[in-house]
Design a protein around this ligand. Structure first.
Ligand SMILES: Cc1cc2nc3c(=O)[nH]c(=O)nc-3n(C[C@H](O)[C@H](O)[C@H](O)COP(=O)(O)OP(=O)(O)OC[C@H]3O[C@@H](n4cnc5c(N)ncnc54)[C@H](O)[C@@H]3O)c2cc1C
Length: 427
């Protein structure tokens, strides 16, 4: 076969769809989708980390919308940050008037008078860009929760376009209580009417003919000018391969990897994710999909309310809150049992006034090993060594944990389309 695609997440399936014909997808799980998998259990539908469909890339946004056809609803963002027992619109700097007066004053004053040298790490960047008030109240504590690393240990490669960058006028207006919106390419978004975010993956993969699930790629080698890919029992032969699986898995599967490359892979930092679902009896659905929690004493950084999407995601008169907790092996939270995690989330949400323990009627916990690429200070150096090695050996890397970049669904699809075009041109 001409092309072997390692991994059947959104990137692998998008690549197969665009390449067409003579290719095969190898996926280790029994169902494709990777990070875009959806849990459907006892009448509750929720994703492994809140996913919404948006993009600055109009062609890709139109493609995702067209693939979903009628199975989509367009929403206007109504996310909030929970700060000192009140809701503040997301992004924080676009709703300073919602803070207690002293906080509004301090955030605005520090924003207007900030004077910090060119930043060298993310911590310095927060002060430099937003001033002490916003940096210390929200941006740094929230970021340190989601990234599970101190802000001064993070680099800056990922910041552009990722963190809202409001003009001075917006911050002034927001402090005076004049409506402004930040991060406008996310202001409206789509979500599938049925089937959660996984519905998008199935729509993308609908025309892909050759998908081998339960195929865990364990060995990848060159033999007589071809690529041989094996799961230990079965072998496949391809002219070319594209890897969309996490870099550490790919490197483990290869023989004769130079020590410097293995060292670079060991230096790559990533975060895992635990999602804790708490269902409650409720009379009315949430008017917010996501709420962000910068409070350091709460382990979860974000909670998504799936009753926002109506009865396709929850049974009648029920709500579901899915709390996201970023973890790393050895940090103590990673090691907590499901029961301990559920207890922490119930206690936290009850204390903050979001749920009542007596209303809880269902719970669930799911864990994802690879969730976030972390841009620490070694990021660019390590990645260059690995990407050079892959290029020199004719392995194309594509996707979130293969390129090892903070890619969203839209940029994964774009990357897959670009790779497919290039490979077709080389046929
Ligand atoms: C919490 C969270 C929220 C997000 N929210 C959004 C959002 O709102 N909007 C948005 O656009 N994007 C969002 N994203 C990003 C989105 O999930 C990713 O960009 C996308 O799913 C990445 O797809 P992928 O195929 O590159 O990687 P993955 O989804 O990781 O797919 C890799 C696939 O390879 C398989 N695999 C791994 N190892 C092997 C092996 N050895 N052999 C065979 N198969 C293997 C895996 O099982 C998986 O199916 C979010 C991500 C997270 C973590």
């Amino acid at each position: 076969m001409a092309l072997g695609i390692l991994g059947g997440g959104l990137t692998g399936l998008s690549l197969a769809r665009c390449y067409g014909g003579d290719c095969e997808v190898l996926e280790k799980d029994s169902v494709c989708g990777g990070l875009c998998r959806t849990v459907e259990k006892n009448g509750y539908t929720y994703d492994c980390g809140g996913h919404i469909i948006f993009s600055k890339d109009k062609e890709i946004l139109d493609l995702m919308a067209a693939l979903l056809g009628d199975n989509k609803v367009r929403y206007r963002r109504n996310n909030r940050i929970w700060f000192k027992e009140r809701f503040v619109k997301y992004p924080f700097e676009n709703d300073l008037a919602a803070l207690p007066k002293e906080d509004t004053y301090d955030c605005l004053y520090q924003f207007l008078t900030r004077d910090y040298p060119e930043p060298k790490n993310f911590n310095e960047w927060c002060y430099h860009r937003f001033g002490k008030g916003i940096a210390e109240r929200y941006l740094i504590p929230y970021s340190e929760k989601i990234w599970n690393i101190q802000a001064e240990k993070m680099g800056l490669e990922w910041v552009g376009g990722r963190i809202p960058d409001p003009p001075l006028e917006d911050v002034l207006k927001s402090a005076l209580g004049i409506e402004t919106e930040g991060y406008t390419h996310q202001l409206h978004f789509y979500y599938p009417r049925r089937g959660g975010i996984e519905a998008l993956v199935h729509a993308i993969g609908a025309d892909v003919k050759n998908i081998e699930t339960n195929f865990h790629v364990r060995k990848v080698k060159r033999r007589n000018g071809a690529w041989i890919v094996s799961d230990g029992k079965r072998e496949r032969r391809y002219d070319r391969i594209v890897s969309t699986i996490p870099i550490p898995d790919l490197i483990d599967a290869l023989d004769d990897v130079p020590g410097g490359v293995r060292e670079a892979v060991q230096g790559l930092r990533y975060n895992s994710l635990i999602c804790v679902m708490i269902a409650s009896r409720s009379e009315k659905p949430s008017d917010k999909f996501a709420v962000y929690f910068p409070q350091r004493e709460l382990k979860f950084h974000r909670v998504c309310f799936y009753d926002y999407f109506g009865e396709s995601c929850v049974p009648p008169k029920r709500s579901s809150a899915v709390a996201e907790i970023t973890v790393n092996k050895g940090d103590g939270t990673f090691e907590m049992s499901d029961g301990e995690l559920v207890e922490h989330v119930i206690r936290g949400l009850e204390k903050e006034g979001f749920i009542r323990r007596s209303d809880v009627c269902e719970t669930d916990v799911i864990r994802r090993r690879y969730a976030y690429v972390v841009n620490d200070l070694n990021y660019s150096r390590s990645l260059k060594v690995i990407h050079d090695f892959a290029r020199e050996n004719g392995i194309v890397l594509c996707g979130r944990f293969s390129e090892w970049k903070y890619l969203n669904m839209d940029t994964c699809i774009r990357s897959a389309m670009d790779v497919a075009q290039k490979l077709k041109g080389e046929k």
